[in-house]
Design a protein around this ligand. Structure first.
Ligand code: M6R
Length: 606
């Protein structure tokens, strides 16, 4: 959470930083702020709420200077107000921070005893106060920063600027990602390569525990033991056009619409023309694996839940899944014939990364399915499988979900083949079915006008239920998550057969019940559960194909007709109505679709 940027440039830094913060706003938008050095003096501007408030403030009260640091905040310690907004300054030092300083109470107490007065409730101000104390003790800026960083516990990415030092910026990384950007006589730091995309494509990712000294001439990097180290500089190709809305009203709308293209792209990376599977070297032989452990958070977790059906039904492989925040603390036993697989769009989710580290050295292999190939999760895996979804900006994950499913389906087919559960010919049949998915997703996008009409009704509801059976159950959970996170309507997903064990008490004529039911072997059972809802005046929206609609639409409130598809891969295609219903309901309610309240795209704190 929180995005940081640092610039040692040859032009005015404020507009460059505001532009970079715009690209980082997906990490948090509770407040924003920048600090620059002009004619040797440090100055800052901070504003509560969206970045636009900071831009307005800068119009009234500009900030000059070619060196600066900036921040967009997702509040952890202290309310979203100006005093708690970054940069935090103490005397001649200003700091921006992403992460949580876990020992800040002890440090604050100790500084307080030495007469330090705090202006904010944040953990971050402690860092500025610590460095200021070291400077007062006569240390040079670099030494003061190094010795202060050594006292910090917890997770952080930092950028630090000093009064009177126009050609010096110190940055550090522990737990939270940080990228150094190399320009021509200019240097940058940013939370990710997206922030730096228009400034440079030459990126060095700091390793865990690294800190560095930037000047316009370059960067010196030190490891956790303060030893100088060299880290690889890579050319990161990021198409800035793909970070724009491309004519859509919201990033989420653009990302929903992109799915046929990105899915086709993802499949093309892993499937050969002869319907065989092409996966990177280094993957385990699944015939020797006795358990697959899958761990993720949020939407990525629902992708794992869906894939569990594929690994179990197609490959006969026992699967254990858990949300990362629970997995790591229940200390599950892991054997050397277990494979651990982590799924994450960002590749930086703190709990997922911690769960991966828990499994390292215990499981035979650490695999990941990620969208950001340079992310911490990808780098700490034995094999990382990119999903090729392209940059996802909307807080609500859409195209990353379907691309995660596509890659997990291919991995399940490989496992099925190796474990002798499917013949090569059977795998090829599934591959052919998978190849039809981008086209079917494209057809599914055609339900948009119907969804828009239904969403105007859904927007009036206080509670909405989603039902599904088999692999449609995780999709019911995903549909409910999508709806609540962007429309703020309370929604729950249930396995259709579970409804009568309690939740059916919620059903009345005011609670819409959305049922995902492609014509598959479980269709009749799902329809029976749907009848139970309708018998209690429930208002059912049936999402099915033409065959299913023909058989079961009678008595429903409405039906969304999807293209006919292979039931195995239906969860990928039925993700479209789940996403669109959430999007148009949020639109009808007038909520902030791309930046819903209280959320951030990348959850880099526990
Ligand atoms: O980057 P990750 O995939 O690890 O993120 C996991 C969740 O935070 C994420 O899927 C979240 O639930 C989305 N906002 C859901 O739309």
């Amino acid at each position: 959470m929180c995005g940081i940027i640092g610039v040692l440039g040859s032009h005015q830094a404020a507009p460059i930083m505001v532009d970079a913060l715009r690209r980082l706003e997906y990490r948090g938008y509770d407040s924003a702020g920048i600090a620059t050095i002009h004619e040797g003096a440090l100055d800052r501007r901070r504003a509560v709420g969206k970045l636009v408030n900071l831009s307005d403030l800068l119009v009234e009260n500009p900030l000059a200077g070619r060196s600066g640091i900036g921040h967009t905040r997702w509040a952890t310690h202290g309310a979203p107000n100006v005093a708690n907004a970054h940069p935090h300054q103490s005397g001649s030092v200003a700091v921006v921070h992403n992460g949580i300083i876990e020992n800040f109470r002890d440090l604050r107490k100790e500084l307080g005893k030495n007469g330090v007065n705090f202006e904010s409730d944040t953990d971050t101000e402690t860092i500025a106060q610590l460095i200021a104390r070291e400077l007062k003790a006569g240390k040079a800026p670099v030494d003061a920063a190094r010795d202060s960083i050594a006292q910090l516990e917890g997770a952080f990415a930092l950028a630090i600027l000093f009064d009177g030092e126009e050609d010096l910026l110190i940055a550090a990384r522990r737990g939270s990602p940080l990228a150094v950007g190399h320009g021509d006589g200019e240097m940058y730091v940013g939370s990710d390569a997206i922030a730096l995309a228009p400034l440079t494509d030459q990126i060095t990712y700091l390793d865990e525990g690294d800190w560095c000294v930037l000047t316009r001439a370059g960067v010196e990097i030190f490891d956790v033991h303060n030893q100088p180290v060299t880290r690889i500089t890579k050319q990161i190709k990021l198409d800035s056009a793909r970070i724009e809305k491309a004519g859509h009203k919201h990033f989420m709308a653009k990302e929903i619409a992109e799915q046929p293209t990105v899915l086709a792209n993802a499949l093309a990376h892993y499937l050969n023309d002869d319907a065989s599977i092409q996966l990177p070297d280094g993957l385990p032989d699944f015939s020797a694996v006795d358990r697959l452990i899958m761990v993720a958070c949020g939407t990525a977790y629902y992708a794992c839940q869906t894939a569990k059906y594929w690994f179990e039904q197609l490959a006969g492989l026992p699967v254990e899944i858990d949300v990362a925040s629970e997995f790591r603390y229940r200390e599950p036993p892991i054997g050397s014939s277990n494979v651990a697989l982590f799924v994450s769009q960002s590749g930086e989710t703190a709990d997922t990364l911690a769960a991966l580290r828990y499994c390292s050295g215990k499981a035979s292999d650490i695999l990941s399915v990620v969208n950001v190939p340079e992310s911490s999760i990808a780098r700490e895996s034995s094999v990382a499988l990119p999903i090729y979804a392209g940059v996802e900006v909307g807080v609500a994950s859409t195209k990353a979900f379907t691309c995660q499913l596509a890659v997990l389906a291919i991995l399940a087919l490989r496992a099925a083949q190796q474990r002798g559960c499917l013949t090569d010919a059977e795998v090829a049949k599934h591959v052919d079915a998978l190849r039809t998915v981008p086209g079917l997703v494209n057809l599914a996008l055609g339900i948009e006008p119907s969804v828009e009409r239904l969403a105007n009704e859904l927007a009036k509801a206080r509670d909405i239920l989603f039902l599904g059976r088999g692999a449609m159950f995780p999709l019911a959970l995903e549909g409910a998550l999508k709806l609540k996170e962007i429309s703020y309507i309370h929604a729950e997903g249930y396995a259709s057969g579970e409804l009568k064990h309690g939740p059916i008490a919620l059903v009345d004529e005011d609670v819409p019940v959305i049922v995902f039911a492609p014509t598959d072997p479980l269709f009749d059972k799902t329809v029976s559960n749907m009848q139970e809802v309708m018998a209690r005046s429930g208002k059912v929206l049936l999402v099915t194909d033409a065959t299913g609609a023909e058989r079961a639409r009678e008595g429903t409130w409405d039906t969304l007709v999807m293209p006919e598809c292979d039931p195995v891969f239906a969860p990928i295609i039925y993700a479209i109505p789940a996403q669109m219903l959430a999007y148009y309901t949020a639109l009808a309610k007038g909520t902030d679709v791309d930046q819903p309240r209280n959320l951030a795209k990348s959850v880099t704190v526990e």
